[in-house]
Design a protein around this ligand. Structure first.
Ligand SMILES: [Zn+2]
Length: 196
């Protein structure tokens, strides 16, 4: 498994697609994605900000820190960064484990400045692509349920917000592909070809 940049990965997809003159591109979903997802993410983070502000004394007692001081600010930033990195690694690892042939066909794509994603370097059936896309958000949601059962609502909500904001492009692609790509199609990057 290699680590490559987004630019190298796009070139790789274009090169492979040149060998399949009948394949089609489906990149136009990106415009709709940008239009809807950024505002939804902002609302999610704002909602979580309100939740944090309301429960600030609870957070302070959990982490044994004094309220309304600089230490609290750095602790909150640290909690946010650590949970974001942990959840990103977990999310991408699930993609990797769900991929057919796993490590052999996968590449890690690095996007400037701090983003990584696991991509596949083989043609996948539509059903496989859908399964790979939706697995992380479903599995992580499953593991968040106990936080609500045992009344850790704040932590549960934080994980739900992070999980959804990390998986928006997957959720969006899932429904776009489900609705618009033919059932027997093979998919590679943002190209697809219909099987005869
Ligand atoms: Zn993903």
């Amino acid at each position: 498994m290699k680590v490559i940049t987004e630019h190298v990965f796009s070139n790789l997809i274009c090169k492979v697609s040149e060998n399949y003159p009948n394949c089609n591109i489906y990149s136009h979903w990106k415009t709709a994605y940008k239009k809807y997802i950024t505002p939804i993410n902002c609302v999610l983070y704002a909602a979580f900000g309100v939740l944090l502000a309301k429960n600030i004394s609870q957070i302070c007692s959990v982490f044994n820190i004094e309220e309304v001081n600089i230490q609290l600010f750095f602790c909150l930033v640290l909690i946010a960064v650590v949970s974001l990195i942990t959840l990103t690694i977990l999310h991408e690892s699930i993609h990797l484990l769900i991929l057919p042939h796993k490590i052999k066909t996968a590449v890690i794509v690095y996007k400037f400045p701090f983003s990584i994603s696991v991509e596949h370097c083989v043609w996948l059936r539509k059903s496989q692509k859908l399964f790979v896309l939706i697995s992380p958000v479903l599995l992580i949601s499953f593991f968040v349920i106990p936080f609500f059962i045992f009344h850790h609502y704040l932590l549960g909500c934080w994980l739900v917000v992070l999980n959804i904001s990390l998986a928006w492009s997957d959720i969006f692609s899932f429904f776009y592909i489900l609705k618009n790509i033919p059932r027997r199609a093979l998919m590679f990057g943002n190209f697809y070809q219909c099987q005869r």
